[in-house]
Design a protein around this ligand. Structure first.
Ligand code: ZN
Length: 147
């Protein structure tokens, strides 16, 4: 019994302990829906974008998974592409005045970015956890230890 506790303690000291409860598609779906990618049951966020330190359902160490600004980078590019090319298409088709472009597209790009941020951060967290499952030597920030 003591030997098992010592092994668990060594694993938790290396970062989040990967669990194999969910398949990759289930983990990604759970992350997109704002649930824990390790078990699919607990809430991933407290507040709007703050990730919980630990899953309430399975105890997975969510705080040790570091996705950095990965989600924000992709969301800005996706929202910018969609709104930018939509504005270009509207300009070519109807040539509305500039003030109408500003009134329509600026709020739309902001709303789109905010709406996609939470699923994007959940997806990045799920992908990071899946990477930790495949490579137990990977560090929580996504890099691998030199061997
Ligand atoms: Zn969980």
């Amino acid at each position: 019994m003591i030997e098992v506790d010592a092994k668990a303690e060594r694993q938790s000291a290396r970062g989040p302990k990967p669990r194999a409860d969910l398949h990759a598609a289930q983990a990604i779906r759970a992350g997109l829906l704002g649930r824990c990618p390790a078990c699919g049951r607990g809430a991933l966020f407290e507040g709007f974008l703050t990730r919980r330190a630990r899953c309430e359902a399975c105890g997975f160490d969510l705080g040790a998974v570091d996705t950095g600004d990965g989600a924000a980078t992709f969301i800005m590019q996706i929202a910018g592409f969609l709104v930018g090319f939509s504005a270009l298409a509207v300009e070519i088709a109807w040539r509305p005045p500039l003030w109408l472009h500003l009134v329509v597209w600026l709020p739309l790009v902001a709303l789109l970015a905010v709406a996609l941020m939470r699923p994007g951060k959940g997806l990045m967290t799920a992908l990071q956890i899946l990477r930790l499952r495949q490579d137990p030597t990977a560090r929580p920030d996504g890099s691998s230890k030199a061997r």
